[in-house]
Ligand binder design. Structure first.
Ligand SMILES: Nc1nc2c(ncn2[C@@H]2O[C@H](COP(=O)(O)OP(=O)(O)O)[C@@H](O)[C@H]2O)c(=O)[nH]1
Ligand SMILES: [Mg+2]
Length: 346
């Protein structure tokens, strides 16, 4: 999954990027677009890997893209270059400054910056939808299609992002080739001084996030970037001082999976133990297609062991003996932690 770190200059995007990726990119500059891929930590994979001792262990991955904020809170409009990069992301993580930065004018005001960013994205989307609508009218497209575009237009004119629309109101096939901004899932990262890292988000910000259909979390990027470079033992002590239970990456990933409604299933064997990421509600057949298109095309059945059942019994053989190895068809909805063996024939 590709997540773009976006926001105004000096909000701490590059510092958050360093925190998440463990890299050490210089902060305090405009900088280049940078990519960093991290493993999605998963204790279940650690454990399965220890049990199977496979040649290869593959975790799910998340790619962070540090998008330079070529715009200030006062200067109107995101730069074209920033917009192009932002549009390529599957989800956006908006970094909001909640600490004093002498290099940036104005007090820290995360709610102001959230609204400024949101409004810019809404305006950019409105321009696209209005263009599509003008063409739809000129070319006399079916009323259903025009109706949907009109609905999108009115939502945006109301100052609301497209992600607040119901799924059937947002026809993505109609929007193919037009990369919008406000339909992207949005995770808001409130970046704070270390003494306030563990404080909950203020009520007004929280309420606004709900209106925008976004999720939020607070962290102190500059401290957590330092902690991320320590070994595990020291990390725990520093995190305790900070008043947080888990490193920022773990909290970020959980928030992102929750926001995007993602789950993991596993494949196991002597060759490879591997985590696969899918949307909740995915059927066995479509999940099999993640592994290889042949498995989707030639799908016969899936043999399923929930992770907990497997751990409890200690081996595949014991699970089978206990009569707990399930055989599921193509429409089975895969659950988080399912261990799958796909039987197929092409
Ligand atoms: N006090 C404090 N300073 C931070 C924090 N995060 C970033 N900074 C500082 O803010 C400045 C801008 O950070 P940077 O990551 O380059 O912001 P970017 O422009 O959004 O990429 C740098 O001097 C950072 O050291 C934080 O959590 N607390
Ligand atoms: Mg930067």
């Amino acid at each position: 999954m590709k997540i773009g770190l976006v926001g105004f200059a000096g909000s701490g995007k590059t510092t958050v990027f360093n925190t998440m990726t463990g890299l050490d990119v210089p902060v305090g500059y405009g900088g280049e677009v940078r990519l960093g891929t991290v493993r999605v930590p998963d204790e279940r994979i650690d454990r399965l890997s220890a049990m199977f001792d496979p040649k290869k262990t593959t975790y799910a991955e998340m790619t962070f893209c540090d998008v330079p904020g070529e715009h200030g809170a006062e200067r109107a409009g995101l730069s074209t270059r920033a917009l192009v990069t932002i549009r390529e992301q599957e989800a956006l993580a908006l970094v909001l400054r909640d600490f004093d930065n002498p290099a940036v004018e104005g007090d820290a005001d995360p709610l102001r910056d959230l609204n400024a960013f949101s409004d810019e994205c809404i305006l950019a989307d409105l321009a696209i939808i209005e263009g599509l609508l003008a063409r739809a009218r000129k070319e006399n497209l079916p009323p259903v299609e025009r109706g949907r575009l009109e609905r999108m237009q009115s939502v945006l004119e109301d100052g609301r992002p497209l992600r607040t629309l119901a799924a059937d109101e947002l026809d993505r096939s109609q929007l193919k080739g037009y990369q919008l901004l406000t339909d992207r899932p949005l995770l808001v990262v409130v970046n704070r001084d270390e003494d306030r890292a563990a404080e909950p988000l203020p009520d007004d910000l929280d309420a606004r996030l709900r209106e925008l259909g976004a999720a939020g979390l607070a962290l102190s990027a500059s401290v957590e970037a330092e902690i991320a470079s320590l070994d595990a033992e020291d990390q725990a002590a520093f995190l305790e001082d900070l008043g947080v239970a888990e490193p920022a990456l773990a909290r970020f990933i959980r928030a992102a999976y929750g926001l995007l409604d993602l789950i993991s299933f596993f494949t196991v064997g002597e060759d490879e133990v591997r985590a696969w990421t899918i949307a909740r509600g995915t059927t066995a057949r479509v999940a099999a297609g993640k592994i290889h298109s042949d498995l989707e095309r030639g799908f016969i059945r899936a043999e399923v062991m929930p992770y907990d059942v497997f751990i409890e019994h200690g081996s595949e053989h014991a699970v089978k003996e206990a009569g707990l190895l399930r055989v599921e068809g193509k429409d089975y909805i895969v659950a988080d932690g399912d261990i799958l063996h796909v039987r197929f024939n092409v």
